[in-house]
Design a protein around this ligand. Structure first.
Ligand SMILES: [Zn+2]
Length: 60
């Protein structure tokens, strides 16, 4: 499992509206498939975090 920071993620926290940060969690499945899950969290300590749609950014 590898985690990449997403530098060009422009999503916002749904709770407080502050720009959120996101990282891509890359999972290598047993059959060779790579599954990428985007996990976003608020840039402020309001405690929000959640999954984000992959379509709003480019994974680098
Ligand atoms: Zn927030």
């Amino acid at each position: 499992m590898r985690i990449h920071a997403i530098l060009n993620y422009f999503g916002k926290c749904p709770d407080c509206g502050y720009p959120a940060e996101a990282s891509a969690v890359e999972r290598h499945l047993i059959d060779g498939t790579v599954c990428v899950e985007i996990v976003a969290s608020c840039g402020l300590p309001c405690g929000w975090s959640g999954s984000a749609p992959l379509t709003t950014m480019t994974v680098r």
